[in-house]
Design a protein around this ligand. Structure first.
Ligand code: ZN
Length: 303
């Protein structure tokens, strides 16, 4: 069995258990999203106690897709992993244009690629990333500087083999992002198109699957009943068309109000309440294990 890089070092992929493939523990989007203070969680003790609820509910691994420009905190991630026992897979990359530092406009693709590859190979203070992303766009198109970041992500993927995970919000922009990665020679079966439930159109999801990419429904938080019903329909529609093995599910808790401390459903929602909703919708336990354990493991090892 292949190994996956976590903040505590390589872990045999068969030991990862249940995996949430698109999460944030510690992040700071506040400097861009002002005045929405909720887009900032920098308290490692709070993040650890929230993640503990997931571990207590049977979860064991999260993919932490907070990028360099979202204030990724590698040392706290290591401390949280040691404290909770959860496997945490750290990412590398840059998010989307408003978050980039000014130097991103004049650095070359080659320089950005080197930074990613160096981080992946040598780590930061010895802590090594296990995925590239979330690589995003701000609008419904890929801007020139975002295109450069996508190309650097593609080249780093080709050198290191790490999967790429995309931020593709509320439009069909995932297709344009795949175009850039494909031009660079990326096998799109190694690419996750995130936030597909924010553009809940079957034609879009089928087009992504047709290109070979993973379709990720990752805003599963139980905040609104209509949203939960929509997500269940998206999942069951794709399963009925034979795509059970190409779907990923996660929660993307990128706001403090989604944590239990602030009244949200927290990290355990998907593996408890939402899991029960999937059973009520007719999914078998075996199908659910495929969705929350086997698929994200296969994504991480590049099967
Ligand atoms: Zn995102």
């Amino acid at each position: 069995m292949k190994e996956v890089m976590t903040v505590r070092g390589p872990v045999d992929a068969s030991k990862l258990g249940i995996i949430l493939p698109h999460e944030h523990l510690l992040f700071d989007l506040f400097r861009v999203f002002q005045p929405q203070r909720e887009f900032k969680v920098i308290d490692a003790d709070l993040a650890a106690s929230e993640l503990q609820l997931y571990v207590d509910a049977g979860g064991s691994t999260i993919v932490e897709v907070t990028t360099i420009d979202m204030a990724r905190d590698h040392k706290s991630m290591l401390a949280i992993s040691e404290k909770t026992g959860a496997h945490i897979i750290m990412s590398t990359g840059w998010y989307r244009e408003p978050f980039y530092s000014p130097d991103m406009w004049h650095r070359t693709t080659k320089e950005l690629t080197k930074q990613l590859v160096d981080e992946i190979n040598f780590g930061i203070d010895g802590i090594r990333p296990g995925i590239i992303g979330e690589i995003g766009t701000h609008h419904g198109y890929v801007s020139p500087v975002e295109e450069k970041v996508h190309r650097a992500a593609a080249r780093a993927h080709l050198e290191t083999g790490l999967a790429i995970t995309l931020h593709s919000n509320a439009t069909n922009v995932g297709l344009a992002q795949l175009d850039v990665l494909e031009e660079e020679g990326v096998d799109l079966s190694k690419v996750v198109v995130g936030h597909c439930d924010t553009y809940p159109k079957l034609d879009y999801h089928l087009a992504l699957l047709d290109r070979g990419a993973w379709v990720e429904f990752d805003t599963i938080r139980g905040s609104f009943e209509y949203e939960t019903n929509m997500q269940i329909k998206l999942i069951t529609d794709l399963i009925s068309r034979g795509f059970l093995s190409r779907i990923l599910l996660s929660q993307d808790l990128g706001s403090s109000r989604l944590l239990t401390a602030y009244g949200g459903n927290g990290f355990a929602y998907l593996v408890t309440t939402f899991r029960q909703r999937l059973i009520e919708a007719g999914l078998s336990n075996e199908q659910i294990v495929t969705l929350i354990q086997d698929n994200p493991r296969r994504m991480l090892v590049g099967d």
